[in-house]
Design a binder for this molecule. Structure first.
Ligand SMILES: C[S@@+](CC[C@H](N)C(=O)[O-])C[C@H]1O[C@@H](n2cnc3c(N)ncnc32)[C@H](O)[C@@H]1O
Length: 213
């Protein structure tokens, strides 16, 4: 795969995700080069991590999933929240997520980008964002995204690659947890775990977004 590190035009990014949504199964939201069993096993581990970090938040009334993709993680979040709003910028991904989660009555799917979330009132107890921010390459755009998340939610469950031997997408830029903590207004690290697979490492963090400093 040719990896691109310059800031792509919004239309190129939209086109890339539109194409990825046409891949089969989990290859839509994970690397197409890896065996399906590894994708399935890693997904099971990811769901356990998300559920564990959500338990640490306590009772969750309202949750926001950012970049829900095909709805791989949505049911695990919906099981721990009274209501879940799930957003994604790719219409075809949202259509797949709606299909995959048709049995869930407490999830509302909407089209939106993480840079421009339409909520500024900390309305969500927790936001969950798994392998999305690394696809926002531009420094200003990722700062906009972090401000938008902190404006919308009181906690954040964030999973992102910190190390990867093989590029994790045509457009991706790996950042450390510490870099995200600086970008997220009011961020305070509550819990940090790791997800290692296929020689790569992601952090999985619960971050409170309530620090007044
Ligand atoms: C690697 S997939 C991960 C999907 C899901 N979080 C999961 O773990 O299965 C990234 C998803 O984020 C979406 N996405 C990428 N950039 C985004 C942005 N700036 N705003 C909202 N969604 C975005 C893509 O459409 C895609 O569905």
């Amino acid at each position: 795969m040719q990896q691109i590190t310059r800031t792509p035009a919004p239309s190129e990014v939209a086109d890339e995700w539109r194409k990825r949504a046409e891949r089969p199964g989990l290859a839509r939201v994970m690397r197409a080069s890896q065996p399906a069993e590894l994708a399935a096993e890693t997904t099971a581990r990811t769901l356990r991590l998300v559920t564990g970090l959500l338990r640490s938040v306590g009772a969750v009334d309202t949750a926001l999933e950012i970049g829900c993709g095909m709805g791989r993680i949505t049911p695990s979040i919906a099981a721990r929240a009274r209501t879940l709003t799930a957003i994604d910028m790719t219409p075809r991904m949202l259509a797949l997520a709606r299909e995959n989660c048709a049995h869930l009555s407490n999830v509302d799917f909407r089209g939106a980008t993480v840079q421009r979330l339409p909520w500024k009132d900390k309305r969500f107890d927790v936001a969950v964002c798994v392998w999305v921010l690394m696809h926002v390459l531009d420094d200003d755009e990722v700062a906009d995204a972090c401000r938008a998340i902190a404006a919308a939610a009181r906690h954040l469950v964030l999973i992102e690659y910190e190390e990867a031997d093989i590029p994790v997408g045509r457009f991706s830029r790996l950042r450390s947890l510490e870099e995200y903590l600086v970008l997220l207004p009011g961020a305070r690290l509550v819990e940090r775990r790791e997800l290692r697979y296929g020689g790569d490492r992601s952090f999985a963090a619960l971050i409170a977004l309530d620090d007044p400093r």
